[in-house]
Write a protein that binds this ligand. Structure first.
Ligand SMILES: *Cc1c(COP(=O)(O)O)cnc(C)c1O
Length: 372
């Protein structure tokens, strides 16, 4: 693609930092891990961070560290990347879905309330596309019912809600550092929390369930989810530029919003005023309801034929083949998520996109919406 959907932003200084690690003697569990975790804590205002080798692994370890497992239900959204629900299954618990609010694409607290059962132990809201979930309502429900709250903030690193970093509002939050996320370690993720016991358990589970006082002893069934020193050095470099990266992503989002505002065919992901607080992960527009899924696919193909990458996020989790087969879900089970999923279109969004490329994407999109 001439203008890809996503693209890396790694500086020469970051390349040098990774090369330095490779010339040294410690390629895992060394000073860069500690430094990356410390700097993550200060970036988001958490007291502990546990860096692991994927966002999915971070979710999985968080649920295990909370003691969740077989017989427990965890409430989440059907409109997310499949990892949100997979992690619940990996932990041995059962994901229960509640449909979304069509305006925010995030789980609807009223529907969450209706889906609670005597087995519900935790809520796992996702800040989809970096837009904050209705945390105030969800935290109130959790408080009332004694539930744990794990924020899947994998798409929301850098976003804030009333001044607090997304990912630090619940009992624990999870970020991901895959290359298309706001900052990257190549592959990676992290748990952040202010619960020291939870962090200690996640840290032990990350490294084979090792006893922190005697590394020969394995006190529980752990995993091999460590993040290499090379990845941590890259992550620390990206964090050093965090403000610059977040400002650039906000500027790209504002540019899109300004260029696309007033387009009757499109629902935009934010107003220009709202742009500053989002964790800008992707820029997703929604076509109005007079468009069908086939129209959306035609528009996506029209952009792609001009060398413009675009994404169709997400096929709802309950309609993924594995979930249909394993749990018997089908069309109509979560109609709002399904209807949103048919009409979303993600546009190219990465730090190094040029303003004239954004203009070109907008012109192509407006042209494609107008007709074949
Ligand atoms: C990226 C992402 C994850 C984690 O992905 P990994 O590839 O495991 O790092 C989890 N949840 C959501 C919503 C994501 O977008």
């Amino acid at each position: 693609m001439r203008i890809p959907l996503s693209g890396p932003d790694v500086t020469e200084a970051e390349v040098q930092a990774v090369a330095e690690v490779l010339r040294g003697r410690q390629l895992s569990l060394g000073p860069w891990l500690e430094r990356f975790e410390r700097e993550l804590c200060s970036a988001v205002g958490a007291s502990d961070a546990v860096a692991v080798n994927s966002g999915t692994g971070a979710l999985h370890l968080t649920l295990l560290a909370m003691g969740l497992g077989p017989g427990d239900e965890v409430l989440t959204t059907p409109f997310s990347f499949v990892a949100s629900a997979n992690a619940i299954l990996h932990a041995g618990a059962h994901p229960v879905f509640a449909d979304i609010d069509p305006r925010t694409f995030n789980v609807d607290p009223e529907r969450v309330e209706k889906a609670l059962t005597s087995k519900t132990r935790a809520l796992l809201p996702v800040h989809v596309f970096g837009r904050p979930a209705a945390m105030q309502d969800l935290l109130a429900i959790a408080e009332r019912r004694g539930l744990r709250v794990v924020e899947d903030a994998c798409e929301a690193f850098g976003g804030r809600l009333d001044g607090d970093a997304l990912g630090t509002l619940g009992h624990a939050g999870v970020y991901a550092f895959y290359p298309n996320k706001a900052i990257t370690t190549g592959e990676g993720g992290a748990v952040v929390t202010c619960d020291g016991a939870l962090a200690r358990r996640a840290r032990s589970l990350r490294n084979q369930g090792r006893d922190p006082r005697d590394g020969r002893l394995h006190t529980e069934l752990g995993y091999s989810f460590r993040l290499s020193e090379m990845a941590c050095a890259l992550g620390a470099g990206q964090l050093r530029r965090l403000n610059e990266i977040l400002l650039r992503r906000q500027a790209i989002a504002r540019h899109y919003l300004e260029r696309l505002s007033g387009q009757e065919d499109l629902l935009l992901p934010a107003t220009v005023e709202e742009a500053d607080d989002r964790g800008w992960f992707v820029f997703v527009v929604q076509l109005r309801s007079r468009f069908s899924a086939a129209d959306r696919d035609r528009i996506a193909r029209a952009l792609e034929s001009r060398g413009i990458g675009c994404g169709r996020y997400f096929v709802p989790i309950h309609l993924q083949p594995y979930y249909r087969r394993e749990f018997g879900y089908g069309e109509g089970d979560f109609p709002i998520a399904e209807s949103v999923a048919e009409r979303t279109l993600a546009l190219p969004f990465f730090n190094r996109i040029r303003d004239e490329q954004i203009d070109e994407v907008c012109d192509a999109l407006i042209g494609a919406c107008a007709g074949p």
